[in-house]
Design a binder for this molecule. Structure first.
Ligand code: FE2
Length: 138
């Protein structure tokens, strides 16, 4: 399980991810995970996942929302960002060229499942440096 806190000094865990670790991250093994994001915000910005690009733009990701409501935030390499609405049963295919993160916009936990190929590679650094350029508020 991975967990994240909203900001330095705040001990609340705002999301947890339960999933698999690749046996071989250079092989196209299909992996999956579920994530639960708690409802809430930091200075008005909804709790969200960190977000990342895939280093292999040909490797996308598939997402299914099980419960709650949220916003799938997407961003291309040129900095253009947009959102897709998430709700119970919604399915999203994330293009491998687009960074992605999820924000909980509702009043209950947001639960979703993702699948991806282990050799997609993860780039969190670009988002840490540049952000998404888009804030999700309720
Ligand atoms: Fe991903």
């Amino acid at each position: 399980m991975w967990a994240s806190v909203p900001e330095a000094g705040d001990e609340r865990v705002v999301y947890r991810t339960y999933g698999m670790v690749a046996a071989d991250s250079s092989a196209p093994e299909m992996l999956y995970a579920s994530t639960v994001i708690e409802p809430g915000d930091v200075h008005g910005e909804c709790f969200m996942t960190r977000g990342h690009f895939h280093t292999d733009p040909l490797r996308g990701e598939w997402m299914l929302t099980l419960r709650g409501s949220g916003s799938l935030v997407l961003r291309d390499r040129d900095g253009k960002a947009w959102t897709e609405s998430m709700g119970t049963g919604s399915v999203h295919m994330i293009d491998g060229r687009h960074a992605h993160r999820v924000a909980n916009t509702g009043d209950e936990p947001l639960v979703f499942v993702v699948t991806w190929l282990a050799d997609c590679g993860h780039d969190y650094e670009t988002i840490l440096r540049e952000g998404f350029g888009l804030v999700v508020r309720r």
